[in-house]
Ligand binder design. Sequence first.
Ligand SMILES: Cc1cn([C@H]2C[C@H](O)[C@@H](COP(=O)(O)OP(=O)(O)O[C@H]3O[C@H](C)C(=O)[C@H](O)[C@H]3O)O2)c(=O)[nH]c1=O
Length: 179
Amino acid sequence: MIFTETEIAGVFLIEPEVIEDERGHFARSFCTREFADHGIDFLPVQSNISANNSAYTLRGMHFHAAPHEETKLVRCSAGKIFDVAVDIRPHSPSFRNWIGVELSRKNGRALFIPAGCAHGFLTLEDDSEVFYQMSPAYTPGHDRGFRWDDPVIGIDWPGEPKVISARDAGLGSLEDAIQ
Ligand SMILES: Cc1cn([C@H]2C[C@H](O)[C@@H](COP(=O)(O)OP(=O)(O)O[C@H]3O[C@H](C)C(=O)[C@H](O)[C@H]3O)O2)c(=O)[nH]c1=O
């Protein structure tokens, strides 16, 4: 795997090292040792599948309140998404910064999102599926969120959402969410 740290400390783009042959290809998708070699102590305890019927479905922006912050390794196992991480750590030099990457079944890329960052995505094709490993396990009642189009964050989405949950559509600002 090829790790590239982004301008948000601790957020890494991970690209597969693909081994191709006449049958197709093989690539490693996770390895505790390779992650540790890049200073990342990550041992996922839960995996999730997010299946999305339509293009321009938006889920986010979500995070868990301390001390239940979640760390995630996100990949797109079908279709294509624009995946976004936002630094919500007030003392971080990249506080309020965001990064967005295109993850797809074709490019096999993954985004590693540490605790202290919010996560969200916009699907770019119908039938896009997101597979993500996380730690710790989900804790009901501690989920928080802020609006996908918070003007203070200014995420440059590649399109407007056509499908969004009532919860996500009604979220407030990041400032309100981290009070
Ligand atoms: C996330 C999660 C949810 N659930 C239950 C709770 C609800 O009954 C149902 C759907 O949950 P929710 O509507 O919060 O799912 P999303 O809107 O896709 O939320 C996720 O979307 C973004 C982008 C994320 O990064 C998070 O994993 C998560 O916030 O699954 C669980 O049982 N375990 C879980 O880990």
